[in-house]
Design a binder for this molecule. Structure first.
Ligand code: ADE
Ligand code: ZN
Length: 358
């Protein structure tokens, strides 16, 4: 019942690493096309290796997986495969991250990556009606100098980018390490987001707010350890892009029943649901919504709130947001209809009437 409600719900995704949507089947196909040797014999063997104790375990395999992406067409195929998943999951708008340094450090040119991704996204709008934005992420385990070099490479393509983000190994790499490059990105007119409080402490979330001046927080789970921080995030009206299946797979939560999403909503935080790296974490948007709905006993009204939060927190303009909100509102009304009819039909009065009038 709730499963079909989730499947039909118009959704927006705000936290998706395009390289994390590389399914093992495509990984193998691209490895063959580009003559890249993989340390796995089969798709099954790859999936078996997806057992992570923490974020770093995952990142080691994630960067290795990227090695098959070499030509513009590879990035196109990767992005197109993700857009087909969006279609199947009723995701109408998506804001995707890419990790340029994961490619440029292997000798793949920045424009090769960006052109492949944006060509697919343009086709996604034309052929599937899915709108999108692109966020370029800096790898936080690398230096701020390296991030500056990447920003310089990106600025000629600024019109193709909505913003910059910060990802990779969180612990030991606080947001303050990137204060200057984030200022330069903001000065260039880009929006800014950062992964914070996924594994790192609440202090990193404070730094994302105060030093990077983020427009959204990616994850933010550990913000709940600090009441003052929660109050500040609410006061600033910032959204959290929460990734339930990712949190489970990376042991950020031990059990989905312990996931803080419901608490976030009850505190008044603008939480959203996202898939992060769906090929590695066992599910796309519908799977993420279903997993939290089941484990936390969410109701339709919670699911509608989550979907509306994503629209509100997106980087779309006001008119585009309004259109999406209307779609969600229409769906909410439409999905109430059959329920009301059923209730009426099964009321004692209705049954009595029937039996009195053979
Ligand atoms: N890069 C890809 N997925 C990530 C995640 N969940 N956290 C940090 N960096 C990432
Ligand atoms: Zn992420």
């Amino acid at each position: 019942m709730l499963d079909s409600f989730i499947e039909g719900l118009p959704k927006v995704e705000l936290h998706l690493h395009i390289e994390g949507s590389l399914e093992p089947e495509l990984m193998f196909a691209l490895a063959q096309r580009n003559q890249v040797a993989l340390p796995f014999k089969s798709v099954e063997e790859v999936r078996k290796a997806y057992n992570f104790r923490n974020l770093q375990d995952f990142l080691d395999i994630y960067y290795q997986g990227m090695s098959v992406l070499q030509k513009e067409q590879d990035f196109y195929d990767l992005t197109w495969a993700y857009l087909e998943k969006c279609k199947a999951n009723n995701v109408l708008h998506t804001e995707i991250f890419f990790d340029p340094q994961g490619h440029t450090e292997r000798g793949v040119a920045f424009e090769t990556v960006l052109n492949g991704i944006t060509r697919a996204l343009d086709d996604g709008q034309k052929k599937l009606g899915i709108s999108s934005k692109v966020i370029m992420s800096f790898l936080r385990h690398l230096s701020e100098d390296d991030a500056f070099k990447t920003l310089d490479q990106a600025l000629p393509y600024k019109d193709k980018l909505a913003g910059v983000g910060l990802d990779s190994s969180e612990k030991g790499h606080p947001p303050s390490k990137f204060e200057k490059v984030f200022k330069a990105a903001r000065d260039a007119g880009l929006l800014v987001v950062a992964h914070a409080g996924e594994e790192g402490p609440p202090e990193y979330v404070w730094e994302a707010l105060d030093k990077l001046k983020v427009d959204r927080i990616d994850h933010g789970n550990r913000a709940l350890e600090d009441d003052k921080l929660v109050a500040r995030i609410i006061k600033d009206g910032l959204a959290l892009t929460v990734c339930p299946l990712s949190n489970l797979k990376l042991c950020v939560v031990k059990d989905m029943k312990e996931h803080p999403l419901k608490k976030m909503l009850s505190l008044g935080l603008k939480a959203t649901v996202n898939s992060d790296d769906p090929a590695y974490f066992g599910g796309y948007m519908n799977d993420n919504y279903k997993a939290v709905a089941r484990a936390l006993g969410l109701e339709k009204s919670d699911l509608l709130t989550l979907a509306r939060n994503s629209v509100a927190a997106s980087f779309l303009d006001a008119a585009e947001k309004e259109k999406l909100l209307q779609k969600i509102n229409a769906y909410a009304l439409e999905s109430e209809q059959p329920c009301n009819i059923n209730i009426k039909q099964s009321t004692p009065a209705a049954t009595d009437k029937k039996s009195n009038n053979p």
